[in-house]
Design a protein around this ligand. Structure first.
Ligand SMILES: Nc1ncnc2c1ncn2[C@@H]1O[C@H](COP(=O)(O)OP(=O)(O)OP(=O)(O)O)[C@@H](O)[C@H]1O
Ligand SMILES: [Mg+2]
Length: 404
């Protein structure tokens, strides 16, 4: 229990000690002053349950001190007990009664009366303290509830927005596919022996292929989000090199890079041997590169890798619009996008999945970017995160984050 503070004011030190030993108890902390000025100083620092003021003091007497106390906001409510030599009629010289509790003790002091009077004020202060604590607790609980409510609302809003975007994203390739098929159907007429030309057929197959691939990717990403949420994103490590992974990914992007007029440079040494889930790390790289193509078309994309002691550092840099500083921490979260414009399509889950994969490999993913000056995504991944020789606290885990 918190100690209650009592202020004792008397110009005679022996009186102060006499009072203290009379009242002395475990639950009380005494502050002693031998003058009004000293008492005022103490009043500025401490919160007192009650102040016992000797009335007869040189310079500032007890009543004057009490009037000063009543005049100041901070000390107005401190209950006062005057200790006086017994001139009862002098009570009237103090004019602060209406503002707070006041009581009198007459010398010679009766220990029993002194104790019981002081006890009343201590009890009052305790009640006040209890109420204050309860109030604070209620306020804290209310604030926590408001915060939880706001978080839940925000999560709902993001989810709704995501559903709208996801439906739209899924619909686009389906619509295009439908159109292609309808157009081809019109080119076929058995009655007139009409058939599409080989060139038309090739075009149909190419376009359809692209749309089906896009659909499959979208569905695969959505499934990954579901797997992560369920803690079921699992990794199958295999021996490979960083160069092999980068080569595989850049080959896949050859056509797209041509189309987007991005220039690609690669600085990846041969021979950085790793044991990673190859297709998952490829997926991370695919996310980086496809973002650069999408958000920084026509700029230079630079893929680099280095080996540092027990981990590899893999990065993709572009010279596009970059990402505002305040949005950077958000982009690794589910459904979060930093682009205001809806014209660039995306679900806002690519980097979320990439981050979960890197974390699943005991690694770290971060972004370095300044608005207007390009973006650099950097993954630091242990060379052998799944090896049993690794210390237990860096043990690989399947990705999972708690429900909101
Ligand atoms: N290279 C980049 N340059 C500028 N902004 C970027 C870059 N990469 C990512 N961003 C920003 O980060 C956001 C999150 O990226 P993320 O890949 O997670 O989602 P997305 O590209 O919007 O959608 P998708 O889930 O289809 O990948 C993007 O919406 C974009 O605002
Ligand atoms: Mg993306």
């Amino acid at each position: 229990m918190e100690k209650m503070k009592i202020l004792l004011v008397d110009d005679k030190k022996e009186n102060l000690f006499a009072l203290q030993s009379l009242l002395g108890s475990e639950e009380i902390e005494f502050q002693k002053a031998t003058s009004g000025t000293e008492a005022l100083e103490l009043l500025l620092v401490h919160d007192f349950a009650v102040a016992l003021l000797d009335v007869q003091m040189p310079e500032m007497d007890g009543f004057e001190l009490a009037e000063l106390m009543r005049g100041a906001e901070r000390t107005r409510a401190v209950p006062i007990i005057f200790v006086t030599a017994g001139a009862h009629n002098r009570q009237s010289t103090f004019r602060g009664y209406e503002k707070g509790a006041v009581d009198f003790l007459y010398k010679p002091l009766d220990p029993h009366i002194v104790k019981s009077k002081v006890q009343v004020f201590i009890e009052l202060a305790r009640q006040r303290q209890l109420l204050r604590h309860q109030l604070e607790e209620t306020q804290r609980a209310l604030a926590a509830r408001d915060e939880a409510l706001a978080t839940a609302k925000e999560a709902l809003r993001t989810r709704d927005e995501f559903m709208t975007i996801a439906s739209h994203e899924l619909k686009t390739p389906v619509t295009s596919l439908k159109l292609q098929l309808q157009m081809s159907k019109r080119r076929i007429d058995p009655a007139k022996n009409l058939m599409p030309t080989p060139a038309q057929l090739t075009n149909l197959i190419d376009v359809s292929n692209r749309q089906v691939t896009r659909l499959a990717e979208l569905i695969e990403d959505l499934l990954d989000v579901a797997r992560i949420r369920a803690g079921r994103l699992e990794f199958t490590p295999q021996a490979t090199t960083v160069a092999e992974i980068v080569e595989e990914v850049t080959e896949r992007f050859a056509d797209q890079l041509d189309h987007s007029e991005n220039k690609l440079t690669i600085d990846v040494p041969q021979g950085i041997a790793v044991e990673w889930d190859r297709s998952r790390i490829e997926q991370v790289l695919v996310n980086f590169v496809s973002n650069s193509i999408k958000y920084a078309p026509g700029t230079l994309i630079h893929i680099a890798a280095t080996a540092e002691r027990d981990h590899a550092v893999l990065s993709v840099r572009d010279e596009g619009p970059g990402i505002p500083k305040d949005r950077q921490p958000k982009i690794f979260e589910r459904f979060e996008r930093a682009t205001a414009s809806r014209s660039i399509s995306g679900l806002g889950i690519g980097l979320y999945i990439a981050n979960q994969i890197v974390r699943g490999h005991c690694g770290r993913l971060r972004v370095e970017s300044e608005e207007g000056k390009g973006a650099k995504f950097i993954a630091e991944i242990p060379l052998r995160p799944f090896s049993t020789n690794m210390i237990s606290d860096t043990k690989p885990r399947s990705s999972h984050d708690p429900l909101p």
